[in-house]
Design a protein around this ligand. Structure first.
Ligand code: SF4
Length: 371
């Protein structure tokens, strides 16, 4: 398959591993931003092919994982309301809130539906004008344009029973938070190719310069990752700190301009609380004033704080170290609950649920090695 097979070619992988081995003269630590990249690294054992002096740190690029507990609890509260059809991407359904998850709410009678797109939720709203339809909008810049389109269409077509519970987050502020931390071990970034397909990468130049940190926009196949690692190491070994684009088959410097225009029309940038990173200024998306009546937090504000607590189905726990995992300070197998108390069938934290979560990747591809 074009654009896939050649990026999984074992001979090319071995060539890059040899090039990297010949290049490095000292230890370096690189962070891959995106959980999709983490899964590729763990699935294909790329970290084990690299010289031992190279450490790959798994970043916070799993949108389900970084969604704060408060907003998950708000989602659970809304999903339990009889007049609401609550729509979510599948990954969110099993993420534990304080005391339960969306699937459990559904089992208790909540009308919770899995959708593939916010436009599917908008279609539901048109079909059920007597119900309120809320879409749980989670994701990075990658999925934000689709949310913007649903909000824009609902506003234009006056679909007044549609709203969104917004949890969108932006990648560059998280990169800056990581680099600003006194515990930071990251010396270069593999930036997320799909995010940059939307945003371009002009905004990354000032991060690379300010923190003297190489940033390579990188794809998701094994050869993509190794090319990204090679380009980062070449800069590190020569003292450079620039932005480079490994993922040229998808990413243009300016990104997707119509998508950005739509996002700018609908969204304004605001602070957002990240699991593991805390509150980051300018790191989230809210609705601009003309669209504010489509904000589920505002529409249901009077009811959210007064609703009864939900049934406890999932025990709350202090064991989960997902905050440290999301900052790249610990690896999943270093969590005491990994593979014992916490597994995909009984997750204690979002990184074990999400298809992009680091704990899920380690459990799927490395569980035997750590048990
Ligand atoms: S293994 Fe489970 S409990 Fe441990 S950090 Fe990951 S999600 Fe949390």
């Amino acid at each position: 398959m074009k654009y896939v097979s050649e990026y999984r070619d074992e001979a090319v992988v071995q060539d890059y591993v040899a090039e990297i081995s010949a290049l490095v003269t000292r230890p370096w630590s690189l962070m891959e931003i995106c959980g999709g990249q983490t899964h590729t690294i763990i699935k294909y054992g790329l970290d084990q092919l690299l010289p031992p002096s190279i450490t790959l740190i798994h970043g916070p690029g799993c949108p389900v994982c970084v969604t704060d507990m408060t907003i998950i609890d708000q989602a659970l509260t809304l999903a339990a309301q009889p007049e609401i059809i609550f729509c979510s991407y599948g990954d969110m359904l099993r993420v534990p809130g304080t005391s339960t998850d969306l699937l459990a709410v559904k089992a208790q009678g909540g009308d919770v539906r899995m959708v593939y797109s916010p436009l599917d939720a908008l279609t539901l709203a048109r079909k059920h004008p007597d119900r309120q339809v809320v879409f749980f909008a989670v994701g990075f810049e990658t999925t934000a344009p689709a949310t913007a389109m649903a909000v824009y269409q609902a506003h234009q077509q006056q679909v007044n029973n549609f709203s969104v519970l917004l949890a969108h987050v932006l990648v560059p502020p998280a990169m800056e938070a990581i680099l600003s931390s006194p515990d930071c071990q990251v010396q270069a970034f593999l930036a997320a190719g799909h995010v940059c397909t939307v945003t371009g990468y002009a905004g990354y130049h000032q991060i690379a310069a300010r923190y003297h940190t190489p940033i390579v926009v990188t794809g998701f196949e094994p050869v993509d990752i190794l090319q990204g690692v090679y380009l980062c190491l070449k800069q590190l070994e020569t003292g450079h700190a620039q932005v480079e684009n490994q993922y040229g088959r998808s990413v243009q410097p300016q990104g997707n301009l119509p998508a950005q225009q739509l996002m700018n029309e609908v969204f304004q940038i605001m602070p957002r609380v990240w699991r593991g990173l805390g509150t980051l200024a300018q790191s989230g998306l809210g609705l601009r004033k003309p669209y504010a009546d489509l904000d589920a937090q505002l529409r249901f504000a009077d009811r959210l704080p007064n609703l009864p607590l939900l049934h406890a189905l999932t025990p709350s726990n202090n064991t989960c170290i997902s905050g440290l995992i999301l900052q790249g300070l610990k690896k999943p197998h270093e969590c005491p609950a990994f593979g014992t108390q916490c597994c995909p069938e009984h997750p204690l934290g979002a990184p074990m649920v999400s298809s992009e979560g680091a704990c899920a990747a380690y459990h799927r591809y490395r569980a035997v090695a750590f048990n």
